[in-house]
Design a protein around this ligand. Structure first.
Ligand code: PLP
Length: 469
């Protein structure tokens, strides 16, 4: 244990010594490990040797300050400590009595998150493993409410419809598939020029469905879409949901964290009217994976959808205390609240706000540099800490630039598709990232284009006046 904690301390002190993206080849680790488990136990030091020699080379370092792919995250020191203590306690927080502190700390930590992002009281907070589970639970509650509690007994009846933008995350559709609503009943609403759901198109889609005898169930708005980090007009979606009697779920898995900064609070405008909202502290609130917070106004509908208590799980406290197993499908649950509580306390809101403010400012500076350089084209607004752009060349050029950077081990960026075109994404979100790291990725981008084009390219467009101003 001492050796492991020394390793961890060294690792988090300087993750830069590793290439960000693992250099492992497919099957490499598989080929080096025995196919069967050992008959006799092995000493822990041999396991740690193998961890260092075999496993670490196969790790892509999400903790590296130059991890800019997908949404960057942080295994912060307080979060790591809490995970260690959790593993030692080995708590299953299914019932209040199976660890009262785990249940009550979850209430405290989720309430802190709610308050920090500026949402009013009146939401019940729950920690799940991922935003995918949080959204699944929210839509299960919505489905139960729509049927007046009949679904859990009779199963789902056909014709339910969920409305989400074409930019919304696939986890919503996955939830619809798992809940028996059906992927084809996820109605993808078109977006405006800034990739935000068009409320008029939402209203029309609902009217069309009602006329066809279908049963509109829920609207899912997104604050910080995965591809371009766009923000749906939640206030207008809330108006439509209220008029139509639909459940409003907000996916703020990434973008919700920004609302802890007073100047960014507007990103959650209208979300106080949501029936449920998910924000992932394991994305941009510096808490180690896995930690997603679901805030739900109607926990009784979630309970109605998912609780089932056999006699052996009844306790003397039933009715007087919350049993978290009643809220969601899993019975057993990890004590995730400890790492969220530790992280919020160790950073303080001021510390978390400063980090998020820096990330946003550095992203804006990167964006300005790309905008000022005629070789690059910005493809979407950057309301948060993510910049979406493209080299003014072919899709293949952009894929090659991305691969050059990622194979260098110096930084890791990712891609998306914006209006059918290959786009590069730099997402800033790690606590250890510095301004210099962000500037380094700009230099790497420029160097990668030079490497691909040793000679000047005749096709590069000259900058417009607007681009240079
Ligand atoms: N929602 C959004 C907007 C996301 O960007 C993501 C993942 O990046 C998810 C949901 C799914 O998150 P999770 O991996 O926690 O299920």
């Amino acid at each position: 244990m001492h050796r492991a904690s020394d390793w961890v301390a060294e690792y988090v002190r300087d993750p830069r010594r590793y290439p960000v993206l693992s250099r492992a080849r497919p099957g490499e680790l598989l080929g080096r490990l025995p196919a069967s488990p050992p008959e006799l136990g092995e000493p822990l030091h041999r396991l740690l040797d193998d961890f260092e020699e075999l496993v670490v080379p196969g790790i892509t370092h999400w903790n590296h300050p130059r991890f800019f792919a997908y949404f960057a995250i942080t295994g912060s020191a307080p979060g790591i400590l809490a995970e260690l203590l959790c593993a030692a306690l080995n708590v299953n927080a299914m019932l209040w009595r199976t660890s009262p502190a785990a249940t009550e700390l979850e209430e405290v930590a989720t309430s802190w998150v709610r308050e920090a992002i500026g949402l009013p009281p009146g939401f019940f907070g729950l920690i799940t493993d991922t935003a995918s589970s949080s959204t699944l639970f929210a839509l299960a509650a919505a489905r139960e409410r729509e049927s007046g509690g009949a679904t859990r007994r009779a199963g789902v009846s056909p014709g339910l419809r969920i409305y989400l933008s074409v930019e919304a995350h696939s986890s919503v559709e996955k939830a619809a598939v798992i809940l028996g609503i059906g992927g084809q009943n996820c109605v993808r609403i078109p977006v405006d020029a800034e990739f935000r759901m068009r409320p008029s198109a939402l209203g029309e889609a609902i009217a069309r469905d009602r006329a066809a005898g279908l049963r509109p169930l829920a609207v899912v708005g997104t604050v910080g879409t995965t591809s371009t980090t766009s923000i749906d007009p939640i206030g207008e979606l809330a108006d439509i949901a209220a008029t139509e009697g639909l459940w409003l779920h907000i996916d703020a898995a990434y973008g919700g964290a920004a609302a802890i900064v007073p100047q960014m609070r507007w990103v959650l405008d209208g979300c106080d009217r949501a029936d449920s909202l998910v924000v992932n502290p394991h994305k941009w609130l510096f808490t180690p994976v896995d930690c997603s917070v679901l805030l739900i106004r109607h926990p009784d509908w979630l309970r109605a959808a998912t609780s089932l208590s056999p006699h052996y799980l009844t306790t003397a406290e039933d009715g007087a205390a919350v049993n978290l197993m009643d809220y969601g499908y899993p019975l057993g649950r990890r004590f995730r609240a400890l790492k969220l509580w530790f992280t919020l306390r160790a950073l303080g809101l001021a510390g978390a706000r400063a980090a998020i403010t820096n990330h946003i400012e550095w992203a804006q500076e990167l964006r300005r540099r790309l905008e000022a350089n005629p070789e690059w084209e910005i493809l979407a607004p950057s309301p948060f800490s993510t910049v979406v752009f493209r080299f003014r060349g072919s899709d293949e050029d952009n894929a090659a630039i991305e691969e050059t950077i990622n194979q260098s081990g110096e930084a890791f960026i990712s891609h998306t598709s914006v209006e059918g075109r290959y786009a590069l994404r730099v997402a800033i979100g790690n606590l250890r990232t510095t301004f210099d790291d962000v500037m380094a990725v700009y230099q790497l981008l420029c160097a990668a284009t030079k490497k691909r084009y040793q000679t000047p390219r005749p096709t590069v467009e000259s900058p417009s006046e607007a681009a240079l101003s």
